[in-house]
Design a protein around this ligand. Structure first.
Ligand code: GLU
Length: 545
């Protein structure tokens, strides 16, 4: 009867499982190569958690000489959003997560979108029905709802299993009667499991997990013939020869179900790694990220905020493996790809995603790359988000590059830039167009008495020295001649003897030159801005408020 039933239910399905398997040949890859994938559902939002999984999956494939591919899992059409697939593709691209196979790229194992693979899933469902491992279930929505509320009331497990699975044992005649009446149905797996048995599931990150065997007759094909995620992804991972599945640990409860599906279908399951969720600290409390409350959860946030993609990648790597950060700090010239990732070093519990930490990593990142690279990347950013500053950057390219180069090659490079936005904030005073916009705004942090006498004398004697020591000595001599101590130490020993010390003189120059109390190296800034311009700025400061 099973064979006849299968033929009756799947009249239109001509292709057989054998024919399909024949098409999806083994991959020709070196030993130990990982085949990983990113399988997002196009629900309109790509979040950092998705990115994290995709990033590690792609790295593992790359490091092992394997393949990372993109598969769109669109079996839930109700949740699908217009433009969501493009958002996923853009999100991956924005963070250099490259795939050489998959949706939009092609490959030998496609189609790479589940809605175009329905015939394949049906062929497997047909096979299961013909083997008596799956069956049509005609229960109505009302019947299902009633079972569910009874189960909730009695605090039982929710689902169709055991005595609730009434259609398991329908006779062929009863099924034909339903069909004759045009009753709609789903195909359910006839679960061979017994929930009294515990099984041990091996997770690459969490280790062995003990869970009860699945005894729920899970839906594998919905009323419209579309598969459920559970059924579709197991078949796809088998046919596409995925070796390692990395996914969020919200899938752990379904893990027994998925292994059972593999077993029933006669597949060798892939290895699974369930990634702990990213969490956020707010008001001292740790909570899960929220789509609604946390703009930084969306991957689209980072580009606009000017956070460099490489900084985000470094941070994801830091989160992924506890020993990454130390390695990165010690290996200045290596790239993430050179680090050996391991599942064993991945966190097993909630992983705090801390924006401050990300910022610090970005500061280190910016301190390690060349001024030219920063300039060019920032140019792309400002072209898109701030046309006025973009034009200034183009006009004053040499000035800005020189500014970015201050203290760059030193032992302790500057760490004042964490985002592309910071470039404008930190450097704005080198651009005359910005500096002179609003006198009160420019000098808002300066509220000390300035000794114009010494500043003017300095302007007169200024020399464009090529040595910082010579430059400093000149100010020292000037300071001493004008009643300032040539060292802080001397000032501290006899404060009443002096008007102040050399440091005070430098600060006055810095304030008038930049409008700031904190800047990079003053000697370099004077060179970049120039003495003529400094003179003008002193006048600007003394103009009426
Ligand atoms: N489509 C699933 C999701 O978006 C993917 C889970 C998996 O990677 O297996 O959550």
């Amino acid at each position: 009867m099973n064979k006849e039933l299968a033929d009756l239910l799947f009249k239109d399905v001509k292709i057989t499982v054998e024919e399909i398997e024949e098409k999806y040949k083994e991959r020709n890859l070196p030993d130990g190569a990982y085949v990983t994938r990113f399988g997002p559902s196009p629900t309109g939002f790509m979040h950092v958690g998705n990115l994290y999984g995709a990033f590690i999956s792609s790295l593992l494939a790359k490091q092992t000489g394997g393949v990372f591919y993109l598969r769109i899992e669109d079996t839930d059409s109700k949740r699908e959003k217009v433009g969501a697939i493009e958002a996923i593709i853009d999100g991956l691209k924005a963070f250099d997560i490259n795939y050489t196979e998959g949706y939009g790229v092609g490959g030998d194992y496609g189609p790479y979108i589940q809605s175009e693979r329905v015939d394949i899933y049906k062929a497997y469902a047909k096979k299961l029905v013909s083997e008596g491992k799956a069956y049509p279930c005609f229960m109505t929505e009302e019947e299902l709802a009633e079972i569910r509320s009874g189960q909730e009331l009695r605090k039982e497990k929710i689902g169709i299993y055991g005595s609730y699975a009434v259609d398991r044992d329908l006779s062929f005649d009863e099924i034909k009667e339903h069909l004759a009446k045009g009753d709609s149905y789903v195909i359910r797996l006839k679960s061979p499991g017994d929930s009294h048995n515990n099984i041990i599931l091996h997770d690459l990150i969490k280790g062995d997990i003990t869970l009860p065997e699945n005894d729920i007759d899970e839906v594998i094909l919905k009323k419209d013939g579309i598969p459920t995620y559970h059924f579709a992804h197991v078949i796809d991972d088998h046919l596409m020869h995925t070796t390692h599945v990395l996914r969020g640990d919200e899938w752990v409860p379904s893990f027994p179900k998925h292994l059972q599906l593999n077993q029933v279908l006669g597949f060798k399951p892939c290895k699974y790694a369930h990634i702990a969720p990213l969490t956020k600290k707010e008001d001292g409390k740790i909570r899960k990220f929220s789509k609604r409350k946390d703009p930084e959860f969306a991957v689209s946030y980072y580009e606009e905020a000017g956070i460099p993609k490489d900084g985000v990648r470094l941070y994801l790597a830091t989160l992924a493996n506890t020993n990454f950060e130390e390695w990165y700090l010690q290996n200045k010239d290596k790239s993430i790809e050179d680090f050996k990732f391991s599942f064993k070093k991945m966190p097993t519990g909630g992983t705090l995603f801390d924006m401050e930490k990300l910022n610090n990593i970005c500061r280190t990142y910016f301190s390690r790359i060349s001024a030219e690279t920063i300039y060019n990347d920032a140019l792309d950013y400002y072209k898109k988000y701030d046309q006025d500053f973009y034009e200034l950057m183009v006009k004053d390219k040499d000035k800005l590059t020189a500014f970015l180069n201050i203290e760059r090659d030193s032992k302790r490079p500057r760490k004042d830039i964490a985002t592309y936005k910071d470039i404008k904030i930190e450097s704005s005073y080198i651009f005359n167009d910005i500096f002179y916009q609003d006198r009160n705004e420019t000098y808002k942090d300066i509220n000390e008495d300035i000794d114009f006498d010494i500043v003017n004398k300095y302007i007169e004697i200024y020399q464009d020295f090529n040595s910082e020591d010579e430059w400093y000595n000149q100010i020292k001599v000037l300071a001493e001649e004008n009643g300032y101590a040539p060292s802080v130490k001397m000032y501290k020993e006899n404060p009443t003897l002096y008007k102040g010390h050399i440091g005070d003189v430098c600060e006055m120059i810095r304030h008038l030159l930049t409008g700031r109390v904190k800047t990079p190296n003053l000697y370099q800034l004077l060179k970049i801005i120039g003495i003529e311009e400094f003179k003008k700025r002193v006048d600007f400061y003394t103009t009426e408020k």
